[in-house]
Design a protein around this ligand. Sequence first.
Ligand code: S3P
Length: 432
Amino acid sequence: MTDTLTVDAGGALRAEFHLPGDKSISHRAVMLGAIAAGTTTVAHCLMGDDVRATIGAFRALGVHIDASESGDLSVHGSGPHGLKPALGALDMGNSGTAMRLMCGLLAGCGVPATLTGDASLSRRPMRRVTIPLAAMGAKIETQDDGTPPIEISGGDLHGIDYELPVASAQVKSAVLLAGMRARGTTRVIEPAPTRDHTERMLQSFGIDIQSNGSTIAIKGGQTPQATYIQVPGDISSAAFFMVGAAVVPGSEIKLQNVGVNPTRVGVIEILRRMGADIKVTNERLFGNEPVADITVRGGTLRGIEIPAAAIPSAIDEFPAIFVAAASAHGKTRLRGAAELKVKESDRIEVMATGLRKLGVEVATFDDGIEIVGGSYGGGQVDSGDDHRVAMAFAVSALRASHAISIRGCAPIATSFPSFLKLARDAGLRIRP
Ligand code: S3P
């Protein structure tokens, strides 16, 4: 993919298609499959660069994984004692999920490792995982400023009770994965519900894990048993098409087999509050994960106050939601979302800078943003090398008066390698 994309203004979205596999679920399927007893089959795994980093790391740790380009995987689990120390550092690329969950998993299995990442990941905070893991007895160190590389050098883990200081599924998951192998029981208390894919996936692998209100408890010394995982389509990838269709009258898209786990559907709730016409049909289960078909028809949205309670379940969708806000009538305001500043980019500042370049009136706060919606122009914007910002600005062209050029589109391949093709087929006028 070229790094700069230009998208012509206008058009409408009309399409019916399946999205690639959910990124969060794909990482977890590979990780648990890798340390399970037996061979796990994964269908519709996301073959984006982030999940490839996870697959590559386990191959370096001696796990045999057969993977087709279409995302059919056979993961020949080594069992928790079968991982072999890698010869060099494990490069987790752009993926915070891969790095943070691997910390918990490797610490739990007692495997020494060095975890590195690209420029963006190398700036992201890692003490949020190393602090609880060290409290469990892991020998684990970040750099002095709390960023990667991370060194794991051993430890004999015991269970802890841990109250999460931030609502983070990655931190919760790292502690639970370590707890699965520790002595005694580990309990994690969440300040707000976050995505529960780890809990559901652990149950699919036969692990005893209990949720009671905001507390999740896992017994130590357990070994996952190989299973079959069918990965739902990624609602975070669907979000760009949902927003693109919702803001253009005459658009209609139907997205099939999309994951609609209640901890992930904040984007549906927020867009509906803004007045979007979204239908969720054909609800069913892929294993422990709910999926459905989502139909969105275009119309006119209104600005809203985004409820703080919806933030964790829409955390990755805000770049797309900010584009919906820029296209809506009136003001949209978000507060209480400081976590957006420590994603693949500072998504508050990077989105605000790009939207202002298009002529949108935007104010930022240390934990949020206010966007005055209406009409906007074209111009050149920069994604901050953030995949979701790049895709959000690509769909923003549907409502722009002139073409939009976006620098920093190469990282789209981390989460959505087929974005360009699907977007063009649906009606987005991306120039060759
Ligand atoms: C993820 C959790 C979220 C999300 C990320 C994927 C996961 O991060 O932003 O893209 O798979 O657990 P936090 O746990 O930092 O909120």
